[in-house]
Design a protein around this ligand. Structure first.
Ligand SMILES: Cc1cc2nc3c(=O)[nH]c(=O)nc-3n(C[C@H](O)[C@H](O)[C@H](O)COP(=O)(O)O)c2cc1C
Length: 320
């Protein structure tokens, strides 16, 4: 018999496992998603957030739409603060081919909320309603949103009901206020209220790092899906691990395996960004080498690398 953890979530005609790859701007890019796909084929992965104006713009579109069909099932996440550019952006995203389009209604960053997008939309419901209606009219594929507990005050329940009334197909909640950014205890009780009030699938985001935390969230909230954000950083095998633990099996990785992943990750970043990957990979280094006995010395060497060869040699040395 299938347990809760083996059952799939259905959104429109799409079905996918309960563990989902959250959007992490600057981290879960196409290079990392390509690496994740070597371990997990079916899990839904969000892209990083891109503003509709950037996607609609011919110059911005090439970068914003840099992804491969092998990354699907993919939920393409956009930001919007007005209706302009939504249609054009959707046309381009649909032409490229994705499974879901997701509107970000939760980003707390100052540069995003200052223009009225991200979590600022939770503080302006008439504007949010117009934007949701515009997407719904345009899209013939599933449309979802990702919200917070609220902007300055908690109103997730009101926003969630509004979204469902506007025809949104699924909703992810990261139950922290904008002012909390990514710290502090997520509000499980609020997520439970949202789940209870809606008939569409509800996903939870915030602190799910292993099967134990997912079980706790499930018990406390009853949500359908679990977004893994920072828990997947430098752990592209994470979904395999979660599936094994959910089936009562063990799953272990050794240093050699981890560092082989780091080398692949870096090579995929070279493909995506060219030599600039040498600098961009620096943020991932501490996460990959965490736990190694000589981690701090290794980190110093790796973050001062200037060429791809230096990075690859450094990682290879660490592997031995
Ligand atoms: C570096 C970073 C980048 C993020 N980028 C996005 C983003 O582009 N879109 C989004 O909806 N949420 C973004 N988030 C929020 C995450 O998707 C997630 O909701 C949050 O980190 C809590 O989940 P976690 O504890 O599993 O990381 C970002 C978070 C971090 C730390």
């Amino acid at each position: 018999m299938q347990t809760f953890w083996q059952e799939k979530i259905r959104v429109g005609n799409l079905t996918f496992p309960r563990f989902i790859g959250a959007p992490l701007d600057g981290i879960t890019d196409a290079a990392f998603r390509k690496l994740i796909r070597e371990f997990s084929k079916d899990e839904l992965l969000y892209t990083e957030m891109r503003h509709v104006a950037c996607v609609a713009n011919d110059k911005g579109a090439a970068k914003a739409l840099y992804f491969d069909q092998s990354e699907r099932p993919l939920s393409y996440q956009v930001a919007a603060n007005y209706e302009k550019f939504i249609e054009q952006a959707c046309d381009k995203i649909l032409q490229k081919g994705v499974d879901i389009i997701d509107l970000n209604v939760g980003c707390p960053a100052r540069n995003v909320i200052s223009s009225g997008s991200g979590s600022a939309l939770m503080g302006d419901l008439p504007r949010l309603q117009k934007i949701l209606t515009c997407f719904r009219k345009k899209l013939n594929i599933p449309f979802s949103i990702k919200i917070r507990a609220g902007f300055k005050e908690c109103n997730a329940l009101e926003v969630a009901k509004l979204a469902q009334d506007c025809g949104v197909d699924a909703l992810a909640i990261h139950p922290r206020l904008q002012t909390m950014a990514f710290q502090g205890r997520p509000d499980y009780a609020l997520a439970a209220q949202v789940k209870k009030a809606l008939s569409i699938p509800v996903f939870f985001s915030g602190g799910v790092v292993n099967f134990k935390t997912a079980q706790l969230v499930h018990e406390q909230t009853g949500v359908d899906g679990f977004l893994i954000g920072r828990g997947i950083w430098a752990k592209p095998w994470k979904f395999q691990e979660l599936a094994a633990h959910a089936a009562g099996k063990s799953y272990t990785v050794d240093n050699q395996f981890i560092l082989a992943c780091a080398i692949k990750h870096f090579n995929y970043m070279l493909e995506q960004y060219g030599e600039h990957a040498v600098y961009m990979f620096r943020k991932h280094v501490p996460f990959y080498i965490r736990g190694l006995t000589d981690a701090s010395q290794l980190r110093q060497t790796l973050i001062s690398c200037k060429t791809p060869e230096d990075v690859l040699n450094g990682l290879t040395l660490a592997l031995q």
